[in-house]
Every structure is written in structure tokens, then in C-alpha cells.
Write a protein that binds this ligand. Structure first.
Ligand code: ZN
Length: 685
């Protein structure tokens, strides 16, 4: 054994934790322990796989697939700690270890998935899966492993594998180029403003930020920097119409000419993906991606997207009519760069909601305990007991033990709600321990938010958005905590990308549910409940702008699909023309409502993990809205409903076909109408 693989005896990751629920003993774990355990864990898993390959007996489900599920226990423990620390408490040393480990981990995974002897065994088990006496979860597990290996290229001959390696290498480089071009082009497209008077409409803080942005680059005056999507937040505020036009054109023109031109990069990425898909036995890249999704087929994605286009177009047109009228009062003929500005005016005039004042009703601990936890107790019977004796990985982290209605142990819930240096932005849920009957483990999950802590001695107040985010992330946590599967591969949130947001989106419904809201939304100083009129205003304001929002999203989604439906022989021509034709063909081309991302800055699909998968957001929201209807039809916040949802859907994780689980709850396939109604795009039912 080389020194890199040796694990020192005092490494706390060497053996399973003996704390309750196998909570990692954070206090004793250093980054060097993690590094050592990651390296030793990879070596250990390789040895375990070599041992199973050395067997002379016929491969079976038990000796192959279950053995793989059991393998890599040390690596798993190390990753679960290191991965979470990397998101929540990163340091320069951690980043250094990450850079060292990343290529080794990729090579380790490749070596397993491209091992011909291992694939031969999986293929043999796969061939007889229906007649080997396996139960449904076991059959699914075999299929899951088989698909992983096929997508990694395990079925290819030597020439095919060599070509696949080249394509992966080129695609990885092109994605990096796309991302770098985009970053540089976005910086270069920042709009310079000489005179503060032109910034009329921005508040003092925003003007100061623009001045700082200019100074940071050694420039005089002000600089308006751009965010990723087409819509720029300043467009809602700037009164100077000419400046609005400049900002808009800078945004939509990004990376589409000159030094950082992403047109040829995007085109090349789409072509190489088409070739790779063909090599792996799929008609197009979209077919390949969808093989590992809930939607399954391009036809299913098309049918769902197409069903939403007419209503979105009609609603965006109705919104445009209202905006045109308002703009005409200023003598302005509405253009794309005026949309956000007049839309904000309509919102302010029709739906006055003072979002700053609202915060006084949303104190963090009350929202969590009297809102989020209480809804989970009423629905699922879960109880949450603080465990101050159990330490997290940072003093901000709090730990709760979760029990069932009958007092049975469920797992641990960790909450890490405050922003700090070393924590990445956004909000998320992740796991420290995945539930599995095979390994005898219960779930240990964590929610991270980025709430600004209040000054010492003052309660922390949330915005309405943060309240929603907490309910949302807790929905993921419930998915993890409810898990009751045999194989760790299927635990909790281990479901396809177009399904994973669905349970968390459903949980958002309880944030404004009257019985829940009345319980937690109490004024921090007076204890008064939130007035009903405010709740109504919040609800009404939500609908304004949904036509625009849905249409710009659908346009980007359909553009993503068009780029990934190419076959190797297709002529693409000029990418800008390709984009124009694709949008026109899908019926979503609009002068006033451009796609949320245009080709040259569509980072999610050309430099992120969402190629042919940008539809996932709305796909899971269709399921969500339809499920919200189901809860409402059945009396809302009732244990019977919670128990059914938990038993038929949350608890099964990835162990059954997700749409089957959905049907088990809903009694039929998903209907997009509830989502259209929620967004005000169809008449109320
Ligand atoms: Zn989410």
C-alpha cells in the first residue's frame, strides 16, 4: 500500500461514526483527515471491486450489484463530510485539496465505469433481470447501473471508446471556453455612464455600487455591470430610456461577436454532442439526456411545452397591451428595453406590497419552528427535538432529532441558515448519511440558507422570499427524511433532475396556508398576526408578469431543445439565424419578450449541467401545481393527505418510476392546467 492510501489509526473517518444516527464527529475531523480518507477510500473501493471481479462464479444480482452498493463505504463517509464542508465552510486549504482530488476522483469513476470485466457482469445480470426472481426495486437497481455504464460508453469497442474519450475531452474544453468567453464578454459589455443624472431611478446604494464598479476597473464615472439572464434588474428602475436601450442591447448582444464570440463555440458543442449521442446509440443528444429522466422521451417534453405556449403568448400579449397604454402616456412606443420599467410601474400602482415592512412578521425561529416544523407535524406526524448536545461543523449549525408520530426514530435535521465567508451563495439541502435498509442507516440531512444575521441581541427577520426558500429547502429535507428504501442508490432525493424539485416546490404551498401562516407570522414586537389584506395583496401581486415570465422561460427551453435535437448530418449555418428560426418554428418568437437566455449566453446548457434539461424546472412545477390541487381537493393540511404523499411518493425515493409514484398519489397522469391557472394563464377552475 502506498503512503497516499494509508489511513492513520486516529482518523475519525476510518470507521462508521458511533454518534447517534452516525452523525459525523465533526469536532475531531480535520481537512487532512478528509484528504487522507478520500484517497484511501478510492483505493479501498478499487480493491473491493477487484475482489468481486476475481470470483470465478457466475455473476448474480447479489455478488455484483449489491456488492457495488456496499462498496466504497469509506469513500462515501469522506465525501459526505468533505462535500458539505466545501459548500458551507470552504477555506483556501480545502480548495487546494479539492483541486488535488477532483481529477483523481474523475479517473477513479471512469476506471470503474469503463471496466470491461465489470460491465460484462452487470450486462449478464441485466440480461436475466426479469427471470432471476428479483423484486421491482432490485430490477430497477440493475437497470440503473446498466444505464450508467452504457452512458459512460461501456458498450463501445476500442475505436468507439477512443473516439468517445476525444469527444468528452473536446466538449469539456469547449464548455470551459464558452464559460470563459461569457464571463469576459459580460464584463466587457458592462455599460459606462458618465453622469450620475443618467442613473435617475436607482437608489443611493445602487448608484454607489455603480461608482465602485467603475473605480474597481480604474474608470471614471459609473459602470452598470450585467447579470446572467437577458433581463437586467436596473431596467426596472432606470428612467433614462436611452440608457435602458444601451443596457438591453449590451445584454442580448453578449458574446455574439468579436474577441469572445460564443457563436462558433455553441455550434461546435451542439455538433459534438450530436456525434457523441449517435456513438452511444441515441438519435440525438436530447434522447440521450432524457433516457435518464422522468419525461423519458422528446415527445413527452414537446407535448408539455407546446401545451403551455398558446396561453403564455396570449398572456404576454395582454400584459404588453397594459404596458403599451402606460408607456403611451409618456409618449413612448413600447420596446423590449421598456418592458421591465413599465411592468414595475403597474405592479406598484395595482399591488402595493411593502416588502420591507413584511419582514417584521417573519422571525427566523418562529418561521422554522411554528411554521415549517409545525406544517410537517400536522401533515406527517414528524416531531423535532433540539439536540444541543450534538455538534455541527460550525457554531451556527443547529441539530434536531426527528421522530415519528408513534415516537419512532426518523433521523437528524441540521439547520445552517446564516451567510458567512466560505459559504457558497443560494440555498440547498444535502445529506450526511443516506437512508438505506441494506446498510442499516437512517437519514442525516442539512439545510443551508444565506440569511444575513441580525445584530447581536436582535431577532433575525426574513423576507417573504426567504420564508418561501426555507419551506422549499425543507421540502427537500422531508424527501430525504421520509426515505424508506433498501438500496442507498435510491435514497430520498436520488431521483431524476426533472423530478427532484417537485416535492420541495409542493412544500412551498404551506408557507401561505392560512392555518400555518396564522401560527408563525406574528409581528416581532406586537405579536399581532399578519393582516388578511396583506396576504391577499401578496397573492394578487404574484400573478402580474407571469405571461412574460413563462414566455421568456419557454423560449429558452425550446431553444435548448432545438440545439440538442440535431443529428450529426444536420446543417446549422449561422447560430443567430438558427436561433431565430427555432423560436419562430416553436411559436415563441417575440420582439418584446426575448428568451431568458440567448444562445451565446445560455450558460446552463453550454457550460452547465442542463443541456436538453432546462425544461426540468417547469416539468416539475407541472407536477407540483397538480399535487397542490390534490391536497386542496382532499381537505388540505390533514394527516391522511400527508401520510399518503409520504408513503406513496416521498418514501420511495428513486426506487420506483417517479411518474408511477405520482400516479399513485394523484390517481392519474399530471395535468398542466393547474400550473397554467396558478400562473394566471388559464381561467380559474
Ligand atoms: Zn430546490
Amino acid at each position: 500500500m502506498s503512503t497516499a492510501e494509508a489511513l492513520s489509526a486516529d482518523n475519525p473517518l476510518a470507521t462508521p461514526s458511533d454518534l447517534p444516527f452516525r452523525l459525523p464527529p465533526f469536532a475531531g475531523i480535520t481537512l487532512e483527515h478528509c484528504r487522507e480518507a478520500l484517497l484511501a477510500g478510492m483505493a479501498e473501493q478499487r480493491r473491493e471491486v477487484d475482489a468481486l471481479l476475481a470470483s470465478a462464479e457466475e455473476p448474480t444480482f447479489e455478488s455484483t450489484v449489491v456488492a457495488l452498493e456496499r462498496s466504497g463505504a469509506l469513500l462515501d463517509r469522506a465525501w459526505s463530510v468533505f462535500g458539505n464542508l466545501s459548500s458551507s465552510v470552504a477555506t483556501p486549504r480545502l480548495r487546494e485539496i479539492e483541486r488535488e482530488i477532483a481529477p483523481l476522483a474523475a479517473a477513479h469513476d471512469d476506471a470503474l465505469r469503463l471496466d470491461p470485466a465489470l460491465f460484462a457482469r452487470i450486462d449478464a445480470v441485466h440480461a436475466v433481470r426479469e427471470t432471476a426472481g428479483l423484486d421491482a426495486e432490485q430490477v430497477r437497481l440493475v437497470e440503473r447501473y446498466h444505464l450508467d455504464f452504457v452512458l459512460a460508453g461501456a458498450r463501445l469497442d476500442d475505436a468507439g471508446r477512443a473516439r468517445l474519450g476525444e469527444l468528452n475531452q473536446q466538449l469539456s474544453e469547449l464548455s470551459t471556453t464558452f464559460g470563459q468567453n461569457l464571463q469576459l464578454a459580460t464584463e466587457a459589455a458592462a455599460v459606462r455612464v458618465a453622469d450620475a443624472a443618467e442613473l435617475d431611478g436607482l437608489d443611493d446604494e445602487e448608484v454607489a455600487a455603480a461608482a465602485r464598479a467603475a473605480t474597481d476597473r480604474g474608470l471614471e464615472g459609473y459602470l452598470l455591470t450585467l447579470v446572467l439572464p437577458t433581463g437586467q434588474p436596473v431596467l426596472a428602475k432606470l428612467r433614462d430610456r436611452e440608457l435602458r436601450r444601451r443596457v438591453f442591447e449590451a445584454s442580448v448582444g453578449r458574446a455574439s461577436a468579436g474577441e469572445h464570440d460564443n457563436r462558433p463555440v455553441a455550434e461546435r458543442i451542439a455538433r459534438l454532442r450530436a456525434e457523441r449521442a449517435r456513438l452511444l446509440g441515441f438519435a440525438t443528444h436530447a434522447d440521450l439526456v432524457l433516457a435518464d429522466s422522468t419525461a423519458r422521451t422528446t415527445g413527452a417534453v414537446d407535448a408539455m411545452l407546446r401545451s403551455m405556449v398558446p396561453a403564455s403568448v396570449a398572456n404576454a400579449e395582454a400584459e404588453a397591451a397594459a404596458l403599451r397604454e402606460l408607456a403611451a402616456r409618456d409618449g413612448v412606443e413600447l420596446a423590449a428595453w421598456d418592458w421591465a420599467f413599465y411592468s414595475e410601474r403597474v405592479r406598484a400602482e395595482r399591488y402595493a406590497v411593502d416588502t420591507t415592512a413584511l419582514r417584521s412578521w417573519f422571525e427566523l425561529d418562529r418561521v422554522l419552528v411554528d411554521g415549517v416544523f409545525r406544517a410537517a407535524e400536522l401533515l406527517y406526524g414528524f416531531r423535532f427535538t433540539p439536540r444541543p448536545d450534538l455538534a455541527g461543523y460550525h457554531p451556527d449549525v443547529r441539530v434536531w432529532e426527528v421522530t415519528d408520530a408513534d415516537g419512532g426514530e426518523v433521523g437528524l435535521y441540521l439547520g445552517d441558515f446564516f451567510a458567512r465567508e466560505g459559504k457558497r451563495g443560494g440555498a440547498w439541502m444535502s445529506s450526511f448519511v443516506r437512508q438505506s435498509r441494506l446498510l442499516g442507516t437512517s437519514p442525516v440531512v442539512v439545510n443551508n440558507l444565506n440569511v444575513t444575521p441580525a445584530p447581536a441581541g436582535r431577532p433575525t427577520l426574513l423576507t417573504l422570499d426567504e420564508v418561501n426558500t426555507l419551506f422549499h429547502e425543507f421540502g427537500h429535507a422531508l424527501h430525504g427524511l421520509s426515505s424508506a428504501v433498501t438500496y442507498p442508490r435510491f435514497a430520498g432525493t436520488a431521483v431524476p433532475r426533472d423530478f427532484v424539485e417537485f416535492p420541495s416546490q409542493v412544500n412551498e404551498m404551506w408557507a401561505l396556508w392560512p392555518e400555518v401562516l396564522a401560527h408563525y407570522a406574528r409581528h416581532v414586537d406586537t405579536d399581532e398576526p399578519l393582516p388578511a389584506s396583506v396576504v391577499e395583496a401578496i397573492d394578487a401581486a404574484r400573478l402580474w408578469g407571469e405571461g412574460f415570465g413563462t414566455l421568456e422561460y419557454l423560449a429558452a427551453t425550446l431553444l435548448d431543445q432545438a440545439w440538442h435535437r440535431l443529428t450529426p448530418g444536420d446543417e446549422v449555418g449561422d447560430p443567430v439565424e438558427f436561433e431565430r428560426a427555432a423560436l419562430a418554428e416553436a411559436g415563441v418568437a417575440s420582439e418584446l419578450v426575448p428568451p431568458r437566455y440567448r444562445t451565446t449566453y445560455f450558460q446552463h446548457v453550454f457550460a452547465g449541467g442542463y443541456s436538453a434539461g432546462y425544461y426540468s424546472y417547469i416539468w416539475s412545477e407541472v407536477l407540483d401545481a397538480d399535487t397542490v390541487e390534490w391536497f386542496k381537493e382532499n381537505g388540505g393540511l390533514r394527516r391522511e393527505n400527508g401520510d399518503a404523499f409520504r408513503e406513496r411518493l416521498l418514501s420511495v425515493g428513486g426506487s420506483v418510476d417517479p411518474l408511477e409514484a405520482f400516479r399513485a398519489v394523484r390517481g392519474r397522469d399530471a395535468d398542466p392546467m393547474p400550473l397554467l391557472r396558478r400562473r394566471g394563464l388559464a381561467p380559474a377552475g
